[in-house]
Design a binder for this molecule. Structure first.
Ligand code: PLP
Length: 551
């Protein structure tokens, strides 16, 4: 398969080599529990506190506190819980608290979900309102001006994960101060860490959560900044770790690794300067523009992090482009990683009121400050190949001797057959009784190998689009070359495969296994019992099948 070019850093990242080493040392040598009072514990404690001090310097925490968490979702929940508990206490004491929880319309889902969760559980029953953003993705400050006096908690991210748009935090603070608002203020700093200068103690921000894995630390470690004097309620109580602010034995491997990343930020030699990152963005933007006619960028570059490009190509859906890029080895994302499994358009682009085609076709391409020129050049090359592959006219393969496929296109389940909850056909008493889409799955490379041995007449069918096939190359498994039959061409081929004299066993393959599963189900629906699919697709068969899969 095509070598991987990873451009999805806003979703997650590789781990910095120094961070891998630090985690390893924390697991193999300094593995004490920081709560233990012997020397092993004291060493772990010293490491923990040195990382905390480093984090405090990087964030500009001043006399505020830095608490270790499992990541930003936990940090957001802790901050929201802390704010809402304080509001409830103030209200019980007869103090005015404002009547709403206000959040930026483009926040990560963790924010509105957390607000709704704790508002309900704590019985506060405050209004939860999205603060609109403009077409540039920035908060509507005029609207904030009118809402701020009545707001109890305000949540506004520092930079957006889908578009890279940088919030005008100074402008938001001005509105809060000018309106005399007593609102508590949560700023999700996840996408800002390592990319924007931070000096939190010089601001009015009460809470700022961060996540290690967005900046080359491992998943499962994060930070929460809490302004000195801001109300705090722990999310978890127990052994009293983190001075009682977050119980549970600390994730020392993750914290040590995060410390190494913070050290790299402080030394200033590891990560690339913003100007260099902006030059990389321009290079990618140029390649994208020349590869795809009519391409539109969905956020203004001068207001966004240089490491995020969000764009749409007319008449090419996010899914199609993502499949194509993946075939070329380019790992990108459709909108945010959390929602890319769903077909819904991005709430961020919708909040920016971009035309529907833009949110339906949006692709996010993001890189981290560790990226190198060779990766960007390889990405540009892959983008150009994808553009060419998309331009080539789609050839509908003629099928020798096949009669018209019109009847099969319309094929319906037999009379009396039921369609199960997965869309498969249940034939009472037939071989297919009770199957679901997941049935007839070949689970792993070894099973596939056995299957191919046992069925020398098998037809391997690669149902990826012809353009994916073109950029990624063909597939050979166990010496069998796959036939490329995109989903739209399936009915024509089905005619031949269904002839009783030839009916070969079929194994469908694709990128993730989804389309292959549907193709196999469709064939079984048409009466071809021997239709299988490779579960997990080509993505799940990398190293083990290196000898089986080739271009
Ligand atoms: N906030 C933003 C802006 C994010 O991008 C993410 C992750 O995608 C989160 C919060 C959640 O972070 P975590 O994965 O650490 O829980």
């Amino acid at each position: 398969m095509a070598p991987q070019i990873y451009l999805d850093s806003n979703a997650t990242n590789t781990v910095l080599p120094q961070a891998v080493l630090a985690a390893r040392l924390a697991m193999e040598q300094d593995y004490g529990n920081p709560s233990s009072t012997h020397i092993a514990g004291l060493r772990a404690k010293a490491l923990l506190e040195s990382v905390r001090q480093r984090a405090a310097r990087v964030l500009g925490a001043g006399d505020g506190r830095v608490v270790f968490t499992s990541g930003a979702t936990e940090g957001i929940h802790t901050a929201v819980l802390s704010a809402l508990v304080a509001l409830r206490e103030r209200r019980a004491a007869g103090q005015p608290i404002g009547r709403r929880l206000l959040y930026g319309a483009t926040e990560h889902k963790a924010v509105p979900e957390s607000l709704a969760h704790w508002n309900r559980l704590l019985g506060l029953d405050l209004e939860i309102l999205a603060l609109p953003v403009g077409g540039d993705g920035r908060h509507d400050l005029a609207r904030l001006r009118t809402l701020a006096p009545d707001t109890a908690l305000l949540c506004t991210m520092a930079a957006n994960n889908e578009t890279g748009v940088i919030s005008d935090l100074a402008g938001i603070e001005r509105e809060l101060v000018a309106s005399g608002s007593a609102a508590l203020w949560l700023v999700d700093g996840v996408q800002a860490l390592g990319k924007l200068p931070l000096n939190l103690c010089a601001t009015r921000i009460d809470y700022a959560p961060f996540s290690g894995h967005k900046l080359y630390a491992p998943k499962g470690v994060g930070l929460l900044y809490v302004r000195a004097g801001a109300p705090f309620t722990p999310l978890m109580v127990g052994g009293g770790q983190e001075s009682g602010w977050r119980s549970g034995t600390e994730n020392m491997a993750g914290i040590a690794a995060l410390g190494a990343v913070l050290a790299a930020l402080e030394d200033g030699c590891t990560f690339r300067a913003p100007a260099q990152l902006a030059a990389f963005r321009d290079q990618l933007a140029g390649s994208l523009r020349s590869a795809f006619a009519g391409l539109r960028f969905n956020a203004p570059f001068d207001m966004a992090l240089p490491t995020t490009l969000n764009f749409s190509v007319p008449e090419v859906s996010s899914k199609e482009l993502l499949n194509l890029f993946d075939a070329a080895g380019l790992r990108v994302s459709a909108g945010s990683a959390c929602s890319s499994g769903q077909a819904e358009p991005s709430h961020v682009l919708e909040a920016m009121r971009l035309p529907a085609w833009c949110s339906g076709s949006a692709i996010r391409l993001s890189f981290g400050p560790l990226v190198d020129a060779a990766t960007i050049a390889a990405a540009c090359d892959a983008i150009a190949r994808c553009g060419r592959a998309l331009e080539e006219p789609v050839r509908l393969e003629p099928v020798e001797g096949a009669p018209s496929s019109a009847g099969l296109r319309q094929a319906q389940p037999e009379r009396g057959a039921g369609v199960d909850r997965n869309g498969g056909v249940e034939r009472s008493g037939g071989v297919e009784q009770g199957w679901r889409f997941e049935d007839h799955a070949i689970a792993d490379a070894a099973s596939l190998h056995d299957f191919l041995q046992q069925h020398p007449d098998v037809v391997l069918v690669d149902v990826r689009e012809a353009c994916e096939h073109r950029v990624g190359g063909g597939v050979v498994m166990g010496g069998v070359t796959a036939l490329n039959v995109p989903m739209a061409n399936l009915p024509a081929h089905a005619e031949r495969w269904l002839r009783p004299d030839t009916a070969p066993p079929l194994v469908f393959i694709c990128r993730s296994g989804q389309r292959a599963m549907q193709a196999a189900a469709r064939m079984r629906c048409l009466g071809h019992a021997q239709a299988w699919h490779l579960a997990g697709g080509l993505a799940a068969h990398p190293a083990e099948t290196a000898d089986l899969i080739s271009q």
